[in-house]
Design a protein around this ligand. Structure first.
Ligand code: ATP
Length: 521
């Protein structure tokens, strides 16, 4: 076993500083070993510094041109004594069966440091048990697969946090591809229409994944530019189903929340809506819509007993009528009559039962504006939650891109409470969230704190780095996140035995998230 250095300082149980021996090649990210009470403990080198011991300003003052520097270096042979190298190693622990043991005392100074062997690393990073694991790449600096406990990842929520362009959706795509082999339902909320590319295989393994993709375009919106770009890029048309919401299928509480948030509702209007909506939808959610006109009339008819007498009541009724029509007619996500269509394409109604079957269900909401996206996400998540609560059978992975827009930290959003609900209670019914955001500090902290696996990619915004250091319990120091490249990710939390730095695999299907380039093709 090669001794590569010696511990010189050990200020805490979490890390130590060692002096690498002369001639030892050492890179940041290398795995090293030092013994604590006879146990070989694995650590990762996180920083290498050259310490200048000639800080005397009188000597530094001489370094004002190259000739003098050369003379001083050569004639005094001063380079050897001017500086030394030291490395910081963060303690990961030692494998004890299924668990990783982390010593509760610091490494002793003057302990020798060894480089970890390939075998030791393989044992250390091996899956903890015979559970279900996916590999999303390699442990950085090794050829060892980066395993993630799929069960924990899916059912106990995860978050992918990084700056824009840091490789978030690439990684989400890799995770979805690998999970799809487990034959579970996967639902993707896609605000940029980029996940449709998963229907195009890029490798042999990608064929099975592509076959499992189902694309849904939401609402009466023109997506022909997206379709044309898709056809040009992949040489075949994008195939999708257009979906919309039957206004009758919205639960009263959700509708009330949406209307109140968009237009505000008076107490009288709330009472009329409560009575009227129950009456108009008393045949259940699956009751077909005739027309919006007819539905609104039924609501007013059924709710009129709750209106105050006289002019005030009349005003409340008319106000409610206007709000309901405005919502259902102006938002493109609703159908307005039985058998509604858009540009000759039939619009299918949302079918939560179908989305909870094993496949990759991609909802392209790129044609909708921000508010309609939120309303759609609210209704879809509500329906998924209620359906899953009845069925309780299959673990389902719900990927939400741009999660800070759907569950923002300090502004209201109609979708927020549905995300909070799944984050808090979805686990009971197998519903797991994967929240992706480029602005971690703008994501609702309640939601963020429920993500038991946190995956970080490159992050540069100081607010976000500061925020991450307060919420990420498994990440001692977020500063190294600034230096990650787009293929690298730091994975922490319940799905990995210790925080790992992974180099993310290539995609099995095409990646749709490439930004336009200035170069002509
Ligand atoms: N593991 C990887 N291997 C190779 N290339 C990668 C990898 N991860 C990311 N990339 C490259 O980085 C680019 C940006 O990645 P991606 O589109 O996932 O970023 P993003 O964080 O989702 O960006 P945005 O915030 O703009 O949506 C990709 O187009 C791809 O070229």
């Amino acid at each position: 076993m090669e001794k590569i250095g010696v511990v010189i300082k050990s200020p805490s149980i979490h890390y130590y500083i060692f002096r690498p021996f002369r001639g030892v090649e050492l890179d940041v990210g290398a795995f090293v070993i030092a013994e604590v009470d006879g146990v070989r403990v694995i650590s990762r080198v996180t920083a290498i510094r050259h310490k200048n011991v000639a800080a005397d300003p009188r000597l530094i003052a001489q370094f004002d041109d190259e000739t003098t520097v050369r003379e001083i270096k050569e004639t005094l042979g001063i380079e050897e004594v001017l500086y030394y190298t030291e490395a910081k190693a963060v303690v990961l622990g030692a494998r004890r069966g299924r668990r990783v043991y982390k010593p509760q005392k610091p490494v002793k100074p003057l302990t020798y440091v060894y480089s970890a062997t390939a075998r030791e690393l393989e044992e250390f990073f091996a899956p903890a048990d015979d559970g279900v694991y996916i590999s999303i790449g390699r442990i950085k600096g090794t050829s060892i697969p980066a395993y993630i406990d799929a069960e924990k990842l899916v059912t106990q929520h995860c978050a992918i946090l990084a700056s824009t362009g840091a490789g978030k959706s690439w990684l989400a795509g890799v995770i979805v591809e690998r999970l799809s082999l487990l034959d579970i339902p996967i639902v993707i909320i896609d605000p940029h229409g980029e996940y449709s590319a998963m229907s195009i295989p890029a490798t042999e393994e990608g064929n099975a994944v592509a076959e499992k993709t189902r694309i849904y375009v939401v609402g009466k919106v023109d997506v022909s530019p997206v379709d044309e770009a898709f056809k040009k890029k992949y040489g075949k048309p994008r195939s999708y189903v257009r979906v919309g919401i039957n206004p009758r299928s919205i639960p009263l509480r959700t509708l009330e929340k949406i209307l109140d948030m968009l237009y505000t509702l008076s107490d009288a209007q709330k009472r009329i809506l409560e009575e009227g909506w129950q009456w108009a939808t008393s045949y259940g959610e699956r009751q077909p819509l005739t027309t919006v006109e007819e539905l609104v009339n039924e609501v007013l008819e059924g709710g009129k007993h709750a209106a105050p007498p006289g002019y005030a009541g009349e005003m409340a009724m008319r106000g409610l009528e206007g709000r309901l029509k405005s919502l259902f007619y102006t938002s493109p996500i609703f159908i307005t009559k039985y058998g509604d269509a858009f540009q000759g394409e039939p619009i299918k109604l949302l079918d939560p039962e179908a989305y909870l079957t094993p496949a990759i269900h991609i909802f392209d909401i790129s044609g909708l504006d921000g508010l309609d996206q939120q309303i759609f996400v609210a209704v879809l998540l509500d329906q998924l939650y209620r359906t899953a609560a009845r069925r309780k059978n299959l673990a389902t992975f719900i990927v939400i891109e741009e999660a800070h827009n759907f569950a923002p930290a300090s502004t209201p959003a109609v979708s927020k409470s549905y995300i909070v609900k799944i984050a808090r209670e979805g686990r009971k019914f197998g519903l797991g969230l994967c929240l992706i955001t480029q602005r971690p500090s703008r994501l609702d902290p309640d939601v963020a704190s429920q993500a038991m696996t946190q995956i970080f990619k490159r992050m540069i915004n100081p607010h976000d780095l500061k925020y991450v250091s307060t919420v990420a319990e498994h990440l001692d120091d977020p500063r190294p996140l600034r230096a990650l490249d787009e293929t690298e990710a730091v994975i922490t939390g319940i799905s990995v035995p210790v925080p790992i730095v992974a180099v993310v695999d290539t995609r099995w299907t095409r990646h749709g998230g490439t930004a336009p380039s200035l170069k002509r093709k």
